[in-house]
Design a protein around this ligand. Structure first.
Ligand SMILES: *Cc1c(COP(=O)(O)O)cnc(C)c1O
Length: 364
C-alpha cells in the first residue's frame, strides 16, 4: 500500500470508490468468508452468494427508503440498455412517451426510444447548451402519455434537478445514474428509477432498476424474455448469471454509506464538498466561470472554464502534474469538470480548491 501513487480522483465514471471498501474487498478477494474461493468463483445459486445478493438489495431498500410496492432489480447493459428497455416494456402502441431534455444523456434516451415508438420532447434547454434544467412550469406532457422521462443529474453539463415535476397518474421515470443515493429522494413520486452503478454505487457492470410493481403487470409482453423487467423481478434478478462481483462491491459500498450516517449525512457532505469549488469559481472575478446557471448547479459534476484557452490548457496540465485525475471536461463540452461523487473525500475537494486559488494567484 505504501508505494501506491497518491492521486485525487475526480473521474466522471467509472469513478472513485471508498478506500475502505477496496481494502475490504482486497482482504476477502482470495478466500471469501472461509469458502476457500473468491466470490467470483462460486455459483450464483449458492447460499453464500445469495446472502451477498440479498444483502445488497436490502441495503438499497433501507438506505433509499424504497416502498414495499417497488421491485429492486440488478441488471446489466448499463443505463444505455435501459434507454431501450424502458420503451420496449412501457411504451405501448397508440401511446406516446414524453422526454424532458436536459443534456446529452436525455438526447440518447430519446433517440433510442424513437426506434421503439412515438416520443416527443416535454421541454428542452438545448438552446442554451444545456446550461440549466427546465423549470417545472416549462414541462408539458399529456394525460394519455405512457410515461415522462427525466435525467435527474446531467453528468456532462453539470446540472441537476432540485425538484421534480408532479406527473400525477403518469409514471415519472428517472435516469439517476450520476446522482443516485447522493441525497434523499421520495421514491414514491416515481414509476421507475434507474442507474448504472459506476458513478455513485460501485463498479461498472451492474445497473440498478427500481420499478413500481403495478407497472410490471401492465408492461408489454411481446418482447424477448431477457428484456422484460418482469422476468428479472420474478427471479430476484437471478434469471441468468448476474454480475456477482459487481453486486458484491455494490453491497459493500452501500454498507459504507450506512456507516457514513445515511443519505441525510451524505447529502450534507456532498453539498459542502461542491461548495468548496463553486465558491472558488464565484469569488474568482471571472477567472473561472461555471457552465451551469446557479440554481441548476449539480453537486456531483462541477463544470467550469478558465479565463482563456491557453491558460485552461495550462491549468489542466498543472493539475495533472499535481495529482488531480479526471478534470478534463467531456469532449462535447470542453473546459473542466470535477466529479465529486459520494466516495470522493472532502480532502480531495479541499485540495482542488487550494490548487484553483493558487493557480489564479500565479496567473491573474
Ligand atoms: C454515465 C451515464 C449514462 C450511461 O451509462 P452506461 O452505464 O455507460 O450505459 C447514462 N445516463 C447518465 C445520466 C449517465 O451519467
Amino acid at each position: 500500500m505504501s508505494n501506491q501513487k497518491s492521486v485525487y480522483n475526480f473521474n466522471a465514471g467509472p469513478s472513485a470508490l471508498p478506500r475502505e471498501v477496496l481494502e475490504k474487498a482486497q482482504s476477502e478477494l482470495v478466500d471469501f468468508k472461509e469458502s476457500g474461493m473468491s466470490i467470483m468463483e462460486m455459483s450464483h445459486r449458492s447460499a453464500t452468494y445469495e446472502e451477498v445478493h440479498n444483502q445488497a438489495i436490502n441495503r438499497l431498500r433501507s438506505l433509499f427508503s424504497i416502498p414495499e410496492n417497488y421491485e429492486v432489480l440488478f441488471l446489466q447493459g448499463g443505463a444505455s440498455l435501459q434507454f431501450a428497455m424502458i420503451p420496449m416494456n412501457f411504451l405501448s402502441a397508440g401511446k406516446k412517451a414524453s422526454y424532458i431534455m436536459s443534456g446529452a444523456w436525455s438526447d440518447k434516451a430519446l433517440k433510442e426510444a424513437k426506434t421503439i415508438g412515438e416520443v416527443y420532447e416535454a421541454a428542452s434547454t438545448k438552446g442554451t447548451n444545456y446550461n440549466r434544467v427546465p423549470s417545472t412550469e416549462e414541462i408539458t406532457f399529456d394525460e394519455q402519455d405512457a410515461y415522462v422521462h427525466i435525467t435527474s443529474n446531467n453528468t456532462i453539463f453539470g446540472t441537476q434537478f432540485q425538484e421534480f415535476p408532479d406527473t400525477g397518474n403518469i409514471p415519472l421515470i428517472a435516469d439517476m445514474s450520476s446522482d443516485i443515493l447522493s441525497r434523499p429522494v421520495d421514491v414514491s413520486k416515481f414509476g421507475m428509477i434507474y442507474a448504472g452503478a459506476q458513478k455513485n454505487l460501485g463498479p461498472s457492470g451492474v445497473t440498478v432498476a427500481i420499478i413500481r410493481k403495478d407497472l410490471l403487470e401492465n408492461a408489454n409482453s411481446s418482447i424477448p424474455t431477457i428484456l422484460k423487467y418482469s422476468t428479472h423481478a420474478s427471479n430476484n434478478s437471478l434469471y441468468n448469471t448476474p454480475p456477482s462481483f459487481g453486486i458484491y462491491m455494490l453491497g459493500e459500498v452501500l454498507g459504507w454509506m450506512e456507516q457514513q450516517g445515511g443519505l441525510d449525512k451524505i447529502a450534507k457532505n456532498n453539498e459542502e464538498k461542491a461548495n468548496l469549488i463553486y465558491n472558488v469559481i464565484d469569488n474568482s472575478n471571472g477567472f473561472y466561470t461555471g457552465h451551469a446557471e446557479k440554481d441548476s448547479r449539480s453537486l456531483m459534476n462541477i463544470t467550469f472554464r478558465v479565463a482563456d484557452e491557453q491558460l485552461e490548457k495550462q491549468f489542466l496540465q498543472e493539475a495533472k502534474e499535481a495529482g488531480f485525475v479526471g478534470l478534463n471536461g467531456h469532449r462535447s463540452v470542453g473546459g473542466c469538470r470535477a466529479s465529486a461523487y459520494n466516495a470522493v473525500p472532502y480532502a480531495a475537494c479541499e485540495a482542488l480548491k487550494q490548487f484553483m486559488v493558487d493557480f489564479q494567484a500565479k496567473h491573474k
